[in-house]
Write a protein that binds this ligand. Sequence first.
Ligand SMILES: Nc1ncnc2c1ncn2[C@@H]1O[C@H](COP(=O)(O)OP(=O)(O)OP(=O)(O)O)[C@@H](O)[C@H]1O
Length: 259
Amino acid sequence: MIETIDLKKGFGDKTVINGVSATFKSGQCNLIIGTSGSGKTVLMKCLVGLFEPDSGSIIYDKRNFTEMDEHERKQLRQQIGMLFQGSALFDSQTVQQNVMFPLDMFTNLTYKQKCKKVNETLDRVNLKDANRKFPAEISGGMKKRVGIARAIVLQPKFLFCDEPNSGLDPQTSLLIDKLIHEITVEFKITTVINTHDMNSVMEIGDHILYMYQGQKEWEGNNKEIIYNKNQKLNDFIFASEFLKDAKAMRMIEIERGEK
Ligand SMILES: Nc1ncnc2c1ncn2[C@@H]1O[C@H](COP(=O)(O)OP(=O)(O)OP(=O)(O)O)[C@@H](O)[C@H]1O
């Protein structure tokens, strides 16, 4: 579990995160949504320590991240997996080398042990027989799976995904979402996902945090979002005719008890 308490972050005289208190539970996909510039990325960067908040606290399983020294943070980082936008794979390295990278960095395992772990993890993300391929030789969806494999190879307790569906077609996005959700539940990971993808919100939004101008404007789950009465949130999610129709269909499904 990760908690933020009255978190604030600004740049110069501009406040970007303005007193966000939130709880991200384990075994759940916690989605952060909001318009461009609402502070999603800055919030996530504060959570992982890439930005220092100006005030407030970040608590990882009762450990105060904001008060940790560099040594303690380094230890905690070993429990954190990150899936970056565009997968951020090393182009000159094979799939196997990419996934092995965190094991090289953080463990003293033998090469044989590392290979075993890499193979088990690639299996888990349904990527067999790709070990020797280079990123340029595989599809966007496969790259994303490699990114996920690299993020979970150390069996993290916390997983951060920045726009995991960027650049993927809707069908592949759905598969990647499902994979992230399955892994989250299976390993009881606290997963935090920054997304613009409304399909993800509906499919895997166990907990959704809607950011508006640096503040937590609304939170709830993917059922509650359908019925929410928050005008700003509704303006945001139902901005398109398609989503309005999707909402109407979804409400009919829920009323019929189909999901
Ligand atoms: N390093 C920085 N220095 C100064 N301002 C920054 C910095 N990083 C972000 N900001 C500002 O903080 C605000 C929030 O940016 P952020 O990237 O968190 O938005 P976002 O919600 O993630 O948007 P998007 O959906 O477009 O990624 C923006 O106004 C941005 O210009």
